[in-house]
Design a protein around this ligand. Structure first.
Ligand code: GAR
Length: 206
C-alpha cells in the first residue's frame, strides 16, 4: 500500500477527502503523517495524535532551517507521495529537490492562471467566466510545476470570492482523489515539464 504524507496549514477539508476515500476503499493508500507549520491547524485534529507533526516557523532562523526539520520529519515516515493540501508556506528549493517527482500540490485556480494567493478574488476581478482547481507537481517556481489534472467550474453572476471558493472547493475533493488514485497505482510520473501517465505524455505542450 502506498504511503502518503500530507502538508496542511489550515482547515484540512482536502485531507478529510483523502481520509474518507481511503476509509471507503476508493483509494488504496494510507496517511502516514500530517505535517503543519501551524501548530493550531484544524487539519491536524483530523488524524490520530501519533500521525501529527507541527512546528511554528517563527521559531526557526530562516526558511531553510524550518524546511530541514520538516524534511527530516517527513522522511522519517517514508512516504511514497507527499501532498500539499492547503499548505500555505512556500517550500524552499532543498526541500523540493529531495522529493522531486513525488511532491504534489492542489491549487485553487486553473493554472497557469492565478498562481499564488487570493485566486478567487483575482479571477473575479479579471472577469473570468470559468475558474477551478489544479493538481500539479511541485517545483521551485511557485505553482508553476507540471499540471496533472484540473476541474472547471463556472463563474456565476453575483459571485463573490466566498461563493466562488465554495464552488471550487467542492470540485477540489474529487479532483484530488482521482489524481491520487493515478499516483498510488504507479501510473503517474514527472518528466521535466511533462506529466507522464501510463508512459505517455498527459499534455503535449503546444
Ligand atoms: C484549498 O482551496 C486549496 O486549494 C488551497 O487552500 C485551500 C485549503 O483548504 N490551497 C492553496 O491556496 C495553496 N496555495 P482545506 O484546508 O480545506 O483543504
Amino acid at each position: 500500500m502506498r504511503r502518503i504524507a500530507v502538508l496542511a496549514s489550515g482547515r484540512g477539508s482536502n485531507l478529510q477527502a483523502v481520509l474518507d476515500a481511503i476509509a471507503a476503499g476508493q483509494l488504496d493508500a494510507e496517511i502516514v503523517g500530517v505535517f503543519s507549520d501551524k501548530p493550531g491547524a484544524p487539519a491536524l485534529q483530523r488524524v490520530p495524535a501519533a500521525l501529527r507533526w507541527s512546528a511554528d516557523a517563527r521559531d526557526y532562523a530562516d526558511r531553510d532551517a524550518f524546511d530541514a526539520v520538516l524534511a527530516a520529519a517527513v522522511a522519517e515516515r517514508q512516504p511514497d507521495w507527499v501532498l500539499c493540501a492547503g499548505y500555505m508556506r512556500i517550500l524552499g528549493e532543498a526541500f523540493i529537490a529531495g522529493l522531486r517527482g513525488r511532491l504534489l500540490n492542489i491549487h485553487p485556480s486553473l493554472l497557469p492562471r492565478f498562481r499564488g494567493l487570493r485566486t478567487h478574488a483575482r479571477a473575479l476581478a479579471a472577469g473570468e467566466r470559468e475558474h477551478g482547481a489544479s493538481v500539479h507537481f511541485v517545483t521551485p517556481e511557485l505553482d508553476a510545476g507540471a499540471v496533472i489534472a484540473q476541474a472547471v467550474v463556472p463563474v456565476l453572476a453575483g459571485d463573490d470570492a466566498e461563493s466562488l471558493a465554495a464552488r471550487v472547493l467542492a470540485v477540489e475533493h474529487p479532483l484530488l482523489i482521482a489524481t491520487l488514485r493515478l499516483a498510488v497505482s504507479g501510473r503517474l510520473a514527472e518528466r521535466g515539464a511533462t506529466v507522464m501517465a501510463d508512459g505517455h505524455p498527459l499534455f503535449t505542450p503546444l
